[in-house]
Design a protein around this ligand. Structure first.
Ligand code: CA
Length: 227
């Protein structure tokens, strides 16, 4: 379980990181909103812990932008502001929970457990981005309400891109999690690219806005807006 901590106060950031690591979470610290953007786009996180008062862009602005970009990672706001209005602002910006500083570490852990139970990507069974819908139970895919016929592999590929929508999905991730062949002698890059091209022809036809984006040298991203 990977947690991104966006907190500018070095001692608190370090204490959080060490506390979470002692509970066997993997924790990464970003000291500003900009650093937070960089981190969240370069790795997969299961949870975002976000301070509101940051140098430059505030935590609230950062979260608003991340949600607009399609980031669905559960977010917990840490803030010294304890007014009801502040909590509402935070939740409206897309936070899933709000914890007032100072807080007891066991309470933070309890909130993290609740959020990561609720927000685990593998528990999500229906996805919708723009007019693309995928139902993991019935295994039906539609674009603009028209059925899209996919092979088993194409379906798994699309489902994976949807689970990580708004985040970069590398070819290594696809080889490991969709093809389940991370230890091959020869990389699967060409195979993956062929499948992405086929999936794109079926999902991203000429009339609709493109949802599957290629990031040269990095991987792919499924997102309503070009990254
Ligand atoms: Ca701060």
């Amino acid at each position: 379980m990977r947690i991104l901590i966006v907190e500018d106060e070095p001692r608190l950031a370090q204490a959080l990181k060490e506390g979470l690591e002692s509970e066997h979470y993997e924790a990464v610290v970003a000291h500003s909103a900009e650093d937070g953007f960089f981190q969240i786009h370069s790795g997969c996180f299961d949870l975002l812990i976000l301070d509101l008062m940051l140098p430059g862009r505030s935590g609230l602005e950062a979260l608003t932008v991340m949600r607009q970009q399609g980031q669905t990672t559960p977010a917990l706001i840490l803030s010294a502001r304890d007014r009801v209005e502040d909590r509402i602002l935070g939740l409206d910006a897309g936070a899933d929970d709000y914890l007032v500083k100072p807080f007891a570490f066991p309470e933070l852990l309890a909130r993290i457990r609740a959020l990561t139970r609720r927000g685990r990507p593998e528990d999500i069974l229906r996805f919708k981005v723009a007019d693309l819908e995928l139902d993991a139970v019935t295994r039906k895919v539609t674009r603009g309400q028209q059925p899209v016929e996919l092979t088993v592999r194409e379906f798994e590929l699309l489902e994976y891109l949807l689970r990580y929508q708004g985040q970069i999905v590398s070819r290594e991730m696809l080889a490991r999690d969709v093809w389940r062949e991370s230890r091959r002698a020869t990389p699967l890059d060409n195979v993956i690219d062929v499948h992405i091209a086929r999936l794109r022809r079926k999902v991203d036809d000429a009339d609709s806005p493109k949802l599957i984006h290629t990031l040269r040298g990095v991987g792919f991203m499924l997102s309503e807006t070009a990254p």
